[in-house]
Design a protein around this ligand. Structure first.
Ligand code: IDP
Length: 149
């Protein structure tokens, strides 16, 4: 089973979309193995988005992601990284397929409601940035027999 890092961004929190977004992942069958609210520091934001340093949107992106609390999630499941990305839709919400989270709830690339790791490697890196080892919870979910063959 794979793990991914998903986050409700500050606009998602302010727009009362926390429950809606978590609910979509839960209903899909992804298992929540880590969950918390935090206010991201500039230092953490700059590490998380390190690959974008130097790009014109880097500073506005750090301002955005530190502008209010976020909800951080560790999700586990079959192909969790690509599954969560597909559920979120394209980075630009106006390009994201209808029905996806960004396609349903977003208008602007700089306010795109959710984050999800883009590869297994970045998932491991981001999970380690946002969760201490003891904050990822291993547990058995009886319903898994009805979700997986
Ligand atoms: P992703 O979030 O879909 O993986 P990335 O290219 O990794 O997309 O970009 C990270 C975040 O930076 C995006 O989710 C978006 O909030 C912001 N971003 C990316 N490109 C732009 C841009 O051209 N203008 C403003 N913000 C951008």
């Amino acid at each position: 089973m794979e793990r991914t890092y998903v986050m409700v961004k500050p606009d998602g929190v302010q727009r009362n979309l926390i429950g809606e977004i978590i609910s979509r992942f839960e209903k899909k069958g992804l298992k929540i193995v880590g969950l918390k609210m935090l206010h991201i520091s500039r230092e953490l934001a700059e590490r998380h988005y390190g690959e974008h340093r130097g790009k014109p949107f880097f500073e506005p992106l750090v301002d955005y992601i530190t502008s209010g609390p976020v909800v951080a999630m560790a999700l586990e499941g079959k192909d969790a990284v690509s599954t969560a990305r597909e559920m979120m839709g394209a980075t630009n919400p106006l390009k994201a397929a209808q029905g996806t989270i960004r396609g349903t709830f977003g208008m602007d690339i700089g306010r795109n409601v959710v984050h999800g790791s883009d590869s297994v490697e970045s998932a491991a890196r981001e999970l380690a940035l946002f969760f201490a080892p003891g904050e990822i919870i291993e547990y058995k979910r009886d319903i898994d027999n009805w979700i997986y063959e």
